[in-house]
Design a protein around this ligand. Structure first.
Ligand code: NAI
Length: 336
């Protein structure tokens, strides 16, 4: 089967790590025509917008994209093209599996948590204004529609994946209306899935519990901001941002990307770890039904990681991005 897939190489280490995926997929025999597009700061410079129409048209046509990280200026400048892309394409579910990988040093063993994060609203609506000088208001938008939709997605996902427990994470003791509405929606949906154990944990306690005993969590269901923060914290439990993937799923489109950012501190050094974006690419293969190839690449990846001979600096190795990529391709060929 031939595929046409939109590719956003992105900023910083994005072009280095996405190139690794393109190479590995080719070596695995996948017939993919990639349509590369700029987004974010580069696109703003060249086309006057962070999300050019041609990019959106390409995703709308192909229904799929693999995306590298985009740099967002802090405290000033243009709004996040990442958040905007998720909103424009209504990619309402952000799925982040966090699990141990062999050979990757981690604080815990047997971590296997799926974080399912609402991806379109909350404080990420970006609605902020200066009320009077020295006073700023930032609006947290929580709707019944988006909360019910993400809760249903999480329960459906858990049921399909034979997961046993879902914990909704909230701060409804303080934000009684907004997080209260989120919880009401979660409870209503949970009542339809009696076989899945539903619980609620306040976000501050959940953060402590995650670090103390991550094994207690199975599926975590979160609003946008808590999901963003807790998924990075969870990544820290299994080896860091270089090894955690994510999928942004909507009704019509899906965009797959690593959890990490553009890593300006290591850009251009051939030092970036492409594992996270590769695992995101494997989620994309599963999504389109290329499961056998996904499993084959996963096995090759695991064998390289377990051997620890050709791993990148962030995992305690010496290999460059290109050496690590070559080792995975070699493992794929050895498997064949
Ligand atoms: P970051 O994830 O880029 O980097 C944090 C730390 O992790 C750095 O020390 C970096 O070297 C390391 N790291 C990240 N990915 C790595 C990889 N693949 N291999 C090895 N080491 C890796 O986070 P930071 O520095 O907070 O953000 C930099 C920029 O990225 C910001 O402009 C931010 O807005 C953007 N960003 C974009 C995201 C996206 O496009 N989805 C997500 C997160 C941040």
């Amino acid at each position: 089967m031939k595929y046409t897939i939109t590719l956003v190489p992105g900023d910083g280490i994005g072009p280095e790590v996405t190139a690794a995926v393109v190479e590995i997929f080719k070596a695995a025999g996948l017939q993919i025509e990639w349509e590369p597009y700029m987004a974010g700061a580069q696109a703003l410079l060249n086309y006057g917008t962070t999300l050019p129409k041609a990019l959106l048209d390409s995703i709308e046509k192909n229904k799929l994209a693999l995306k590298g990280p985009l740099t967002t200026p802090i405290g000033h400048g243009f709004a996040s093209a990442n958040a905007e892309l998720r909103r424009v394409l209504d990619l309402y579910a952000n799925v982040r599996p966090v699990r141990n990988l062999p050979g990757v040093p981690a604080r815990y063993e047997n971590v296997d948590i799926i974080l399912i994060r609402e991806n379109t609203e909350d404080l990420y609506s970006g609605i902020e204004h200066v009320v009077v000088p020295g006073v700023v208001e930032s609006l947290k938008i929580i709707t019944e529609k988006a909360s019910t939709r993400i809760a249903r997605y999480a329960f459906e996902w858990a049921q399909r994946s034979h997961r046993k427990k879902i914990a909704a994470i909230h701060k409804a003791n303080i934000m009684k209306l907004s997080d209260g509405l989120f919880l009401d929606c979660c409870r209503r949906v949970a009542a339809e899935y009696q076989e899945i154990k539903y619980s609620e944990v306040i976000v501050d306690n959940a953060s402590m519990q995650l670090i103390l005993n991550p094994g207690q969590f199975d599926v975590m269901l979160l609003e946008n901001l808590y999901g963003d923060i807790m998924s990075d914290a969870a990544a820290g439990l299994v080896g860091g941002l270089g090894v955690v993937p994510s999928a942004n799923i909507g009704i019509d489109y899906a965009v797959f990307e690593a959890v990490h950012g553009s890593a300006p501190d290591i850009v251009g050094q051939n030092a970036a770890n492409p594992t996270a974006i590769l695992l995101s690419g494997l989620m994309m293969l599963d999504h389109i039904g290329e499961t056998a190839t996904s499993v084959r690449i996963y096995k090759a990846l695991l064998s390289v990681l377990a051997e620890r001979k050709s791993i990148t600096r962030d995992l305690g190795g010496q290999a460059t991005t290109t050496e690590y990529t070559a080792a995975i391709i070699q493992a794929l060929e050895d498997e064949a």
